[in-house]
Design a protein around this ligand. Structure first.
Ligand SMILES: [Zn+2]
Length: 270
């Protein structure tokens, strides 16, 4: 089991202690001066640093990071689970809790948290081909989804409307066409919340939005949001499903991920 802990501290770094269990997510630091920072929107800092992009880290046994990007890992949460929780996990958790959604929400994917954090949740799970439909159905059942929509056999919007319409669709698959196809399934005042990052533009009917529907995006979270996400996971035993690879197999893990063959998050273990 990998350890994930503070090995050394820079000068004047408080309140951390050497040996504490910590990790870092996408948000790798901020500038402490811009307007967004001053408003407390650290993730929107105009000079925000990104772990593994602004500075090296991630695919390594040791990494040097800005103190403000460090998140506590709760006791009882395995490092292997903590990794995805500080990436896809915090993004899902934080977007849902800031979505304004209340009861009876319908969501698309990342069901585990949706199911736990809302009242009855119905889930649309779009798929790109029919290869492993059975497995996906099983997966939806395991994640306690109430409903499963196979968008190969019925358009997402139509199926969602048949279920009464969605208050919230959380779009996690980086496919603009699939995301746009759910907009018509929203209730009036419903929200299509996007946390995936497709490059293609999104094509949604403006007329269809006039009933008060909205389309919005959400950018993961800062270190304290990661702590909240991990604490929630430790409390509720809602955990990511991961496939582990040795650090030396990083290239293989990346290749599998790019081919969409990882079940479901690739975690490198030194
Ligand atoms: Zn800033």
């Amino acid at each position: 089991m990998t350890r994930l802990s503070l090995h050394a501290l820079g000068p004047n770094v408080t309140p951390w202690k050497v040996g504490q269990r910590v990790g870092v997510g996408w948000h790798g630091g901020h500038d402490f001066v811009c307007e967004q920072f001053r408003r407390g929107l650290f993730i929107n800092c105009v000079n925000a640093k990104i772990t593994g992009i602004s500075h090296d880290g991630g695919y390594a046994e040791y990494v040097v990071v800005p103190a403000e990007s460090v998140a506590r890992i709760p006791e009882g949460l395995a490092a292997i689970d903590a990794g995805p929780l500080m990436c896809a996990g915090v993004t899902t958790y934080n977007s849902l809790r800031n979505s304004g959604a209340r009861r009876r929400h319908s969501g698309s994917a990342r069901h585990r948290w949706a199911r736990t954090s809302g009242d009855p949740v119905r889930v649309a799970h779009g798929i790109s081909d029919g290869r492993d439909l059975a497995r996906r159905r099983q997966s939806a059942a395991r994640t306690r989804a109430h409903e499963y929509i196979d968008t190969q056999s019925v358009p997402a919007a139509e199926a969602l409307q048949k279920l009464g319409g969605a208050d919230l669709v959380l779009a996690t698959a980086p496919n603009s066409e699939a995301i746009a196809s759910t907009a018509g399934g929203l209730k009036p005042r419903g929200k299509l919340l996007i946390v995936a990052a497709p490059f293609e533009p999104l094509s949604v009917s403006a007329f269809g939005l006039l009933s008060g529907k909205s389309v919005a995006g959400w950018p993961s979270g800062s270190a304290i949001d990661s702590e909240d996400a991990m604490a929630f996971s430790a409390l509720t035993a809602v955990k990511p499903r991961v496939e582990t690879f040795k650090l030396e197999q990083a290239e293989l893990a990346l290749a599998k991920m790019l081919e969409n063959r990882v079940r479901f998050r690739a975690v490198l273990v030194p």
